[in-house]
Design a binder for this molecule. Structure first.
Ligand SMILES: [Cu+2]
Length: 119
């Protein structure tokens, strides 16, 4: 009986670990509905909004509103705006679903921005 209890608690513990592992990846999923297209302002050394959700085949347009140059660079190399001067825009169309995490190559604190592309 005691052995069964130990097995049971091990199984529950493993289950919690698995659930935690899965949810930690998906915790950042934005519950807002997917948009046909999205715009992101780069302002005050931040991407605003930091997360956008779009449908496959839609595009995101970034606009640099700062006086400093910025980039929008995907960590998985799906897209890279290159250096955007003040007022410049970059547009990218996402043809594959997934979560794209991007950052600014010039400013290391501008990180963890995401584009979520849904089917
Ligand atoms: Cu920057």
């Amino acid at each position: 009986m005691k052995k069964q209890l130990i097995y049971l608690s091990l199984i529950v513990f493993a289950g919690i670990l698995v659930m935690y592992g899965c949810s930690s990846n998906k915790a950042k999923v934005n519950p807002t509905p997917s948009s046909p297209a999205a715009t992101v302002s780069i302002q005050n050394f931040a991407f605003d909004p930091a997360t956008v959700t779009i449908k496959v085949g839609s595009s995101v347009t970034w606009t640099n509103m700062d006086t400093a140059p910025h980039t929008a660079t995907d960590l998985g190399n799906a897209f890279d705006s290159g250096s955007l001067a003040t007022g410049k825009t970059f547009n990218f169309t996402f043809n594959a679903a997934g979560t794209y995490t991007y950052h600014c190559l010039i400013h290391s604190m501008m990180k963890n921005a995401t584009v979520i592309v849904t089917n």
